[in-house]
Ligand binder design. Structure first.
Ligand SMILES: [Zn+2]
Length: 89
């Protein structure tokens, strides 16, 4: 199998160099202002959004918390759909 050895695995190289950023606004994520947040991964976006809402919109944060208590998957599912639909930059 040594004959097929390649210095660069193009898939890995592509992933390494191409780190797409996605930008979403507070409103898009269920908040109430136009603040834009940029993240490389959906996990990072959730963290940024949560921090932003707790800091800037305590009422919305409370509603989200209640919604989350009722159905822990609802916000996450909706968020994932929005994240996937957002084009990478
Ligand atoms: Zn906001």
């Amino acid at each position: 199998m040594h004959a097929s050895y390649a210095i660069f695995n193009t898939d890995t190289l592509f992933t390494y160099i191409y780190n797409p950023m996605k930008t979403m606004t507070c409103k898009e994520l269920g908040g109430e202002c136009d603040a834009a947040m940029t993240a490389e991964t959906s996990e990072e976006m959730v963290k940024k959004m949560t921090a932003h809402v707790m800091e800037n919109h305590p009422d919305t944060a409370k509603k989200m918390e209640e919604m989350h208590a009722e159905d822990p998957n609802k916000w996450g599912d909706e968020f994932k759909k929005k994240w996937d639909a957002t084009p990478a930059e």
